[in-house]
Ligand binder design. Sequence first.
Ligand code: GTP
Ligand code: MN
Ligand code: MN
Length: 373
Amino acid sequence: SSVSRDKATQEIPAYGCQRRTPLHHHNKEITDALEILALSASFQGSEARFLGFTRASSVLKSLPFRLQSVEEVKDLPWCGGHSQTVIQEILEDGVCREVETVKNSEHFQSMKALTSIFGVGIRTADKWYRDGVRSLSDLNNLGGKLTAEQKAGLLHYTDLQQSVTREEAGTVEQLIKGALQSFVPDVRVTMTGGFRRGKQEGHDVDFLITHPDEEALNGLLRKAVAWLDGKGSVLYYHVRARSQNFSGSNTMDGHETCYSIIALPNVCPEKPSPDAEKIEPDLDKNSLRNWKAVRVDLVVCPYSEYFYALLGWTGSKHFERELRRFSLHVKKMSLNSHGLFDIQKKCHHPATSEEEIFAHLGLPYVPPSERNA
Ligand code: GTP
Ligand code: MN
Ligand code: MN
């Protein structure tokens, strides 16, 4: 009924970490539209507009019913004037003019293509755009100016554009565990990121690595990656060392991290059908190879920080942003993947579970599957 809907909208809290946000929800057409506008704002360097559209979209993802009228969002947090125009047009016409204009713009299309390359952020893409780069093929003229990461990203572009399935993520897990366990048999390896939130596919596979004995973790990541490399399974990797003088105010966390591209053996190599050559005359030997390039992130953390790192690497990105904002503004505490620091009491809060971290923050517990904010 409309009364219970009114009640539902009035009860939706303002911070994404105070809400339960399932993977699948009732207003995907609208949230897709708002996310296009958020992305476009980020391409234009407008953090405020990016956050505005992202927050509006995130609120609607937690709504337990399908919107029928723009009136229903009037009591919702973050769903202000501009978002309401988008919502109204989608509800009435099925499309939003502003979104269509953005999608058709050269800047948006180029930025989307360029930032989809591994190792290319908004700043780099924008610089390239201003230098006249419009598409991936224009990058060949830039050749020497690409970083090693970007070269690898371009080389494996087609594979990396394909999403990683849950089944493939499981195969990656076996591969990574095998490498780590050959050095430390009882090492603890947890799949984090989108797959831990219940996603069926992802743009990469994320893992968190820890052990009660900190000595066992020393040099482990580099040894395990070198071991995999020796077996021909590593296409690219970059290890970022643990930062010793990590300060809580940094946006980046200080854990040792490996950003990599792995050659994942096909579970059952696809035999090209006899007709394949007729359908695809350009079928080259590349499409007969029995591996697929997959992005893998590996993070190592000390045992004492494990649950903070687990919370920090499970996402979603917006859920994490909201958790940190809530901690700072509402609780005067600084949260990151290392721990939680009470700024007024000047003390740290150790945690032995994710539930405990939510309790420290005075938040109802949100399980990973409901963190798709
Ligand atoms: P897909 O990979 O696109 O399926 O979604 P995802 O949610 O797994 O995204 P992603 O792999 O980019 O990030 C997973 C989590 O790790 C998110 O919560 C991010 O905030 C976090 N994360 C990603 N990169 C970094 C990083 O460099 N440092 C820290 N501290 N966290 C990161
Ligand atoms: Mn991920
Ligand atoms: Mn990742």
